[in-house]
Write a protein that binds this ligand. Structure first.
Ligand SMILES: Cc1ncc(COP(=O)(O)O)c(C=O)c1O
Length: 427
């Protein structure tokens, strides 16, 4: 199919054996040259990622020349408005949504609370809502709260031994009364990728709405929301190489039916009806820098061609996945072989069935002590429950001491892996 060969660093590469050029990737992120950050191996990406220069440039430029109220007729204002619309349009393209299906809010937690308040009007006493005990609390509490409107809350529990959510268990919980299913695409503790496409298919047969939490999934490759067929999908842009904002996607046909939670005269103007107020303008504009960065990865590795943006994203995702497997699997393997360390979740990433988000604890010391020792070795990590406290409780762990989490992303290098393994070996 792809016969063309590219030359990189003087070496011919067929398209099938192109690997992520980690030097190129890291050169896009000023943090790796910054005196405060440069000597550290950064393993806290599931908490929030570094940003590429493209994002910083967009933010700076906006603050210098277009930091005015947008959408008026004078040039600075026109440009500001156009840039805001452009960011939304580009993100819609990247995840295969329409412009009016995208809402940018302050955080995923805010987006989900605002959404659950809107969906309240869909709930009648006796309706059922399925939540899991694997999710971050942001995709549990807003839905549990709908019990105040008469909803019965049903919990899809993980298998205690494997920490996995099993589809067979989910099928047993689905009924004709199920109205909402809230489930994470990828757990921020277990790391497992849940089959959201299958969950959507099964839920839709019962007429239920599916809310997918993509916060721990999206940093490892933007999803195609139409392909997943979820009704709502959310992720935090500050973990996908952007500023502190979050994206909420919703299917147009449902957004149209939601009540207006914004000013009265905006009635009918979805998706602006969902959020009482708009996003931070300069940060919204800087989001187009994420698009530029992802496209630059494509162009650098494959060259410019006629592929659609979704096809390019797919190719970049494949590069990222192979790289992440290469840097994370040795860590998963090492931890799972140590008698004193207990790994949560699968001990190998296979075909993107797991994110490189690695949570573990020690039989010999607290997670706090373990993380302190790693930090002394210049491994940026921490211990916590990471707001997945139901998950930790269900696994019989103390949510105060929590687990140590090593969360990697595509800009981590094999040197980071070696540094971490050396640090662990000394403990
Ligand atoms: C899986 C998951 N869902 C939701 C959230 C909440 O995101 P936010 O901080 O944007 O509210 C987080 C945050 O860490 C998370 O890891």
């Amino acid at each position: 199919m792809y016969k063309i060969k590219y030359i990189r660093n003087g070496v011919f590469l067929s398209i099938n054996n192109i690997k992520l050029d980690i030097e190129y990737i890291r050169s896009q992120f000023p943090a790796f040259k910054d005196p405060t950050c440069k000597d550290w191996s950064f393993f806290e990406n599931a908490g929030g990622s570094y940003v590429p220069q493209t994002v910083i440039d967009k933010l700076n430029k906006f603050m210098i020349s277009t930091k005015v109220q947008p959408y008026a007729d004078y040039p600075m204002s026109k440009i500001a408005g156009n840039q805001m619309d452009e960011s939304t349009k580009l993100f819609a393209e990247m995840i295969n949504a329409k412009n009016n299906e995208i809402l940018i809010g302050g955080s995923t937690s805010i987006n989900l609370y605002v959404l659950s308040n809107a969906l309240k009007s869909f709930i009648s006493p006796g309706d059922e809502i399925i939540v899991t005990n694997q999710d971050h609390e942001a995709n549990i509490s807003p839905w549990r709260r709908l019990s105040e409107s008469g909803a019965k809350i049903v919990e899809w529990k993980m298998n205690k031994k494997t920490a996995e959510l099993e589809i067979e268990e989910f099928e047993k919980l689905l009924t004709n009364k199920t109205k909402i299913v809230a489930v994470t695409h990828c757990s921020n503790i277990v790391g497992s990728v849940n089959n959201l496409k299958k969950i959507s298919e099964l839920s839709h047969k019962k007429g239920a709405i599916v809310i997918g939490d993509g916060v721990s999934f999206a940093p490892h490759g933007f999803p195609n929301v139409k392909n997943l067929d979820v009704d709502f999908y959310t992720f935090s842009l500050y973990k996908t190489y952007g500023p502190h904002l979050a994206l909420l996607y919703g299917k147009e046909k449902i957004l149209k039916q939601l009540p207006n939670q914004n000013h009265e005269f905006l009635s009918g103007q979805y998706p602006y009806t969902i959020n009482p107020g708009g996003p931070n303008h300069e940060e919204l504009v800087s989001l187009s820098g994420i698009y530029d960065y992802i496209l630059s990865i494509y162009n650098y590795h494959f060259g410019n061609d006629e592929l659609s943006i979704l096809e390019k994203i797919e190719k970049v995702n494949q590069l990222i996945t192979s790289h992440e497997e290469e840097i994370a699997n040795p860590i998963l393997d090492y931890i799972s072989c140590r008698d004193d360390l207990i790994l949560i979740g699968k001990n190998k990433i296979n075909n993107k069935d797991r994110a490189p988000t690695i949570a573990f604890y020690s039989k010999k010391m607290s997670s706090k002590s373990l993380s302190e020792l790693l930090v002394k070795n210049k491994i940026a990590t921490r211990n916590d429950n990471f707001y997945a406290w139901r998950c930790l409780n269900a696994l019989g762990l103390d949510p105060n001491d929590g687990v140590v989490r090593l969360s990697m992303t595509h800009y981590n290098s094999i040197e980071d892996t070696k540094n971490l393994l050396n640090a662990l070996k000394s403990i």
